[in-house]
Design a protein. Structure first.
Length: 473
């Protein structure tokens, strides 16, 4: 069930009124049933994997908390990690590693085709697996206590606004909210509607329209001239942000209408002045997750390596970030390119500080912002390309420069998307909220919201809903 569909809008129009008519003790049960129905709409068979993940973390968390034996605690944690990450690895990465080793075996006349598994990647598996593991890891670390309700834990794992693409929440943030009574709040309803409106506009009008151009060009890059390839590269940088931040707005808006607050996932990342800052603003739920559950343990375990520990931990972490996004060398290269810059920034703070003092601060900061945006845009070529060879072909064709008869048209298209996208971010910065329409007078807010829906609905009526980019992860 896609957020950018009339099916989803009809779904929440039914769910929310029924939800608030129920006694509060039944609300979580009802939301759990709705969440499984929402997930089953895609493929009911994979609800069993969600249930397996839930039972594993619930039971392991309960036993970890009840035992005083350190080794037993560690064993239970490993059982939870092996089961959940094992399922993720089989469905998402098994065939990738088979294909990678197959080329090596072929040199000696071997063949690993027989090892390939005909598997469908369960939608959202990376997101709900990572989220579920926070429950058991935090209990193991002593940061939280287990819930006495399997219903609450199951709802935390499968909560329908976020199960498919996050944000990746922490159990200690969501579970306490599930234990409190949630009454109808007109202010939360209004904020939720505004977030959904803005999210739909970003996804449908910016993300989906850009995607139709991008998909066509990336499918056959050899057919297009340099400026057209540049347009595809730039538009994908805009699309992935509009698409994913739009999803987050809809997810947060839906959750708010149900009386539950989930974390913000983006804070105008393209205004960042360093890669470190970029990852503090981009996919915040993943970057903080990776920091807390991957980078920090890795850096602690290698702390005796001196400065090499930081470099190794940062680079390895972001190679894993790339691999998390997809089972392919393009994603690994994407992560490595980000990791290289992060390692550089970690070891060049003094140099960069001295350099900044030689220029006017405004000029230096804007230059850093522009350079970073260009670099991030370049790395997204690997993120989007069908293969590593396609990525290098696109970059090579841009550098060799092939003329186009559509130069003016292409520049107008790029400029339009850039202006609209950055204008929305500037409004978020100015009003210090993602629901900035609430800062307007009521007539203006209603008028702008109505105008947005007047554009969104006709587009949805005449086109097939496009999946969100991050559904594949």
């Amino acid at each position: 069930m896609l957020f950018n569909s009339f099916t989803y809008l009809s779904f929440i129009l039914i769910v929310i009124p029924v939800y608030y008519l129920l006694p509060w003790r039944l609300k979580n049960v009802f939301l759990l049933l709705c969440s499984y129905l929402f997930y089953a709409y895609w493929d009911w068979r994979f609800c069993s994997l969600v249930a397996l993940t839930t039972l594993t973390v619930y039971l392991c968390g309960k036993f970890i908390y009840s035992t005083q034996n350190r080794n037993r605690k560690k064993l239970l944690l490993y059982i939870s990690l092996i089961i959940n990450l094992g399922v993720l690895a089989v469905f998402k990465y098994f065939n990738f590693f088979v294909e990678s080793f197959d080329s090596a075996f072929s040199v000696f006349g071997g063949n690993l085709d027989w090892l390939h598994l005909n598997l469908i990647l369960p939608i959202g598996i990376s997101f709900y697996t990572f989220q579920a593991l926070t429950y058991v890891i935090d209990i193991y670390r002593g940061d939280s206590e287990p819930s006495d309700s399997v219903i609450d834990v199951a709802l935390f794992v499968s909560f329908f606004p976020q199960i498919l693409s996050g944000p990746i929440e922490r159990a200690r943030n969501i579970l306490p909210q599930l234990k409190t009574e949630r009454k109808f709040d007109p202010e939360l309803m209004k904020e939720g509607l505004v977030l959904i409106t803005l999210g739909m506009f970003k996804k449908v009008i910016i993300g989906d329209t850009a995607a139709r151009v991008i998909n066509q060009i990336y499918a056959e890059p050899s057919y297009y001239a340099s400026i057209e390839l540049i347009m595809a590269v730039v538009l994908f940088t805009i699309q992935i942000y509009a698409d994913f931040s739009g999803y987050t707005n809809i997810a947060r808006g839906t959750a708010k209408m149900l009386g539950i607050n989930i974390m913000e996932n983006f804070e105008q990342p393209y205004f960042s002045e360093s890669m470190t800052e970029f990852w503090r603003r981009w996919h915040i739920s993943l970057s903080t997750y990776i920091r807390d559950y991957v980078y920090t343990p890795l850096s602690i375990s290698t702390r005796n390596w001196g400065k090499f520990s930081v470099a190794f931990s940062l680079f390895t972490t972001f190679v894993l970030v790339g691999l998390w996004h997809g089972a392919g060398w393009t994603f690994i290269i994407f992560g490595a390119l980000h990791g290289i810059v992060l390692v550089y920034e970690a070891f060049s703070r003094k140099f960069r500080k001295n350099l900044s003092q030689k220029f006017p601060s405004f000029l230096y900061n804007r230059l850093c912002m522009l350079l970073l945006l260009c670099y991030v845009t370049f790395t997204f070529v690997f993120f989007r390309a069908e293969s590593v060879s396609d990525a290098f072909f696109i970059m090579g064709r841009i550098l060799q420069w092939h003329e186009s008869d559509f130069l003016v048209r292409v520049l107008l298209i790029m400029t339009s998307y850039i202006v609209i996208s950055f204008s929305l971010d500037l409004l978020e910065i100015k009003y210090k909220t993602h629901a900035y329409l609430l800062k307007f007078n009521t007539p203006y807010m209603l008028g702008i919201s109505a105008a947005m829906w007047a554009v969104i609905v006709p587009y949805m009526l005449q086109s097939t809903p496009m999946p969100f980019v991050y559904f594949q992860f």
